[in-house]
Design a protein. Structure first.
Length: 192
């Protein structure tokens, strides 16, 4: 250690806000073959990370991102609220209350999987949509997906941390994210 070398380091964080409103339950970063000098940026041979995001934290984050209701839906729907998330191994469900212009509150439920795109974006792909407990036809599901799910559920592309997400999985009550720390970019970032 006094020679400026460490075989491995493990950094564990709890309740880590990685971007405004998106708080990870846990974030673990592991670096190997670390070299450091006082006048130079930290360097590592290899780095990996894994993180967990709870259903409650994801729901809170998504509530802050609910899109405005646009035409033609604005003729019928006045607002969306009370968004909740429930994850079970392999599937995620989003629940939301839909308030109509007639003053009636309807419950909506979307079930589906998550997919990783471009190693930075997590997309929700709805395989089932229910309104008041009744499954809507596939064409209606596709239309709702185009209107409300036409952006990533989680987008890490704007993060300053140089990471490459390689795996996203759904567990009971959480989403798990794993990947690499891009150690060369980390060294460059530390220089600036």
């Amino acid at each position: 250690m006094f020679q400026g070398r460490v075989k491995a380091a493990r950094i564990v964080g709890e309740e880590v806000e990685i971007q405004p409103g998106l708080v990870l339950r846990e974030l673990v970063v592991e670096l190997e073959e670390i070299a450091y000098r006082q006048d130079a940026p930290l360097q590592a041979k290899r780095g990996v990370f894994h993180a967990t995001l709870s259903d409650e934290a994801l729901a809170s984050y998504l509530r802050s991102l609910l899109p405005p209701i646009r035409s033609p839906w604005s003729l019928v729907v006045s607002r969306l609220d009370n968004l909740r998330v429930r994850s079970r191994a392999g599937e995620i469900r989003l629940f939301i209350d839909v308030h109509t212009r007639l003053g009636v509150k309807l419950s909506g439920e979307l079930g589906g999987q998550i997919r990783l795109r471009e190693h930075t974006q997590v997309w929700f792909e709805a395989s089932e949509v229910k309104v008041v407990g009744v499954t809507v036809p596939e064409r209606v599901r596709e239309l709702l997906s185009d209107l409300f799910l036409n952006r990533p559920l989680i987008d890490l592309s704007g993060m300053r941390a140089p990471v490459r997400v390689e795996r996203v999985a759904i567990g009971d009550g959480m989403i798990m994210i794993e990947g690499q720390v891009l150690v060369e970019q980390l060294a460059e970032l530390m220089r600036s």
